[in-house]
Design a protein around this ligand. Structure first.
Ligand SMILES: [Zn+2]
Length: 455
């Protein structure tokens, strides 16, 4: 173990209480995307107190900020999130018990995510300063992950362009380096315009925009048979007319389309637009569409993943107390056995290892796993070499965006998982600051992958 690793472990352990307290305050604020004023402010204050320079308000978002310390290269960015989810309020309890019925809660653990990366940034700064090492450590305060907005806007404003590497983590039910390729996604709206008429008296004069919406949906459902199986199409009707006795002159549907790679997505979206045109032609209506948002697929970086894995295996995983195991077992009992089996297989957990709270690091997997879900971290990963780890902050098998997550990430289990993630990311960042070849390897791999994409 290098002396840096020991120093990082000591620093994060010494600050465990302060970081735990910040994460718990953000957990209590439970602010929705773009409303994270207090959550963003508390992280800003922590970083400013530790001599970081702050730029507050980025890419049109009041709660986005950049905290920076040091000068010159390399520039290593750590990504932090802090938004909550609606209707996920929950006590730190193994029974479903909202603090306020219907209020938001941290069911994705972003209270830990932001705090952990801020802690890692401060740990790295302490070491750079103490050892007079060159380079810049940055913390990106990224709002609105849950609406797939924050990092996409920040990327459009080129805020990641001059970083050499970005690292992050996400609270999960196990310890692993992420080999997930999250899908590329587009959210788009189709607007049909027809002609209103009395539905009984003179239907022949009407051209129904609702018919067009329905026929488009039928067409989209036939399209499913002839698309790659990893792709996804889901929709809702957001305007289906006013009342049955009036032929609807306007109607609207809202689609999400996903595919593992952006190129596959672009092709599928084009076919869906053709389906909408067909529906308009069939019904004598007009159609237009508007792209509301979208994100890229994840671009993995094996060089960074190997680096993170060696930090993960070098640093001891959290030791769970009897109370934590007991609480976790009760929480786990509220979740289906299928999810537990999936988790055990995905982290390659053997019988001798903990099956309630993960107590090992999953082997590094070279093959990527495609996920249907999407994340705005992917947009950072297409701009700058990026990688992330997962650490155990909840019982194995806990489903994402559930009340069980809110309960666990407010407890000491979540705080220990956060502390481990902060150590791992700070340790990997220190390797990047002290071994230029590691930065070059990651950047070379990134360039190779870009070439592949554009060829
Ligand atoms: Zn999340």
């Amino acid at each position: 173990m290098s002396s840096f690793t020991n120093e990082i472990i000591r620093f994060i352990d010494k600050n465990f209480e302060q970081l735990g307290d910040i994460s718990l305050r953000i957990w209590n604020f439970a602010e929705l995307p773009l409303e994270e004023k207090r959550s963003s402010a508390i992280l800003q204050e922590y970083l400013a107190d530790n001599c970081f320079d702050l730029t507050i308000g980025l890419a049109g978002m009041d709660t986005a900020f950049l905290a920076s310390w040091g000068s010159g290269s390399p520039v290593i960015g750590l990504l932090g999130e802090f938004d909550a989810l609606p209707e996920m309020s929950q006590h730190i309890s193994s029974e479903k018990k909202p603090i306020i019925e219907g209020a938001p809660g941290h069911a994705c653990g972003h209270n830990l995510l932001g705090t952990g990366m801020a802690g890692a940034a401060v740990a790295v700064k302490e070491l750079l300063k103490k050892h007079s090492l060159p380079g810049t450590i940055r913390f990106y305060g990224c709002p609105a992950e849950e609406t797939m907005y924050g990092k996409i806007k920040m990327d459009e404003e080129h805020l990641f362009d001059d970083a050499d590497i970005c690292l992050s983590w996400h609270p999960k039910d196990g310890n692993a380096v992420s080999n997930f390729i999250h899908s590329a996604m587009v959210s788009l709206q189709f607007n049909f315009k027809g002609k209103a008429a009395h539905a009984a008296q003179s239907p022949e004069h009407g051209r129904s925009a609702l018919d067009a919406v329905e026929l488009m949906n039928v067409g989209a459902n036939y399209l499913r048979e002839h698309m790659i199986r990893e792709a996804r199409i889901h929709y809702v009707i957001t305007n289906g007319g006013g009342r049955p006795n009036v032929v609807p002159s306007t109607a609207e549907s809202w689609y999400y389309v996903r595919a593992p790679y952006k190129e596959q997505l672009d092709e599928l979206v084009q076919r869906l637009i053709d389906v909408s045109r067909g529906a308009a032609l069939m019904t004598g209506t007009q159609v237009s569409h508007e792209i509301l948002s979208g994100c890229h697929n994840t671009v993995l970086n094996d060089s960074l993943n190997r680096l993170l894995y060696s930090s993960m295996t070098r640093i001891p995983v959290p030791a769970w107390s009897e109370e934590e195991l007991e609480f976790a077992a009760k929480l786990q009992a509220t979740v289906g056995k299928d999810l537990l089996r999936e988790a055990i297989s995905s982290y390659e957990i053997t019988e001798s290892e903990g099956q309630i709270l993960h107590n090992k690091v999953a082997p590094l997997r070279s093959r990527p796993v495609f996920l249907a879900a999407s994340t705005d971290v992917s947009n950072v990963s297409k701009t700058v070499p990026t990688a992330q780890v997962f650490t155990c902050c909840m019982p194995l098998g806990t489903p994402g965006h559930s009340w069980q997550v809110t309960a666990s990430v407010g407890s000491s289990i979540g705080q220990k998982g956060m502390s481990y993630a902060a150590k791992v990311v700070a340790d990997a960042a220190m390797v990047l600051f002290t071994k230029p070849t590691e930065v070059q390897n990651a950047q070379r791999e990134f360039a190779r992958r870009q070439e592949k994409i554009s060829s």
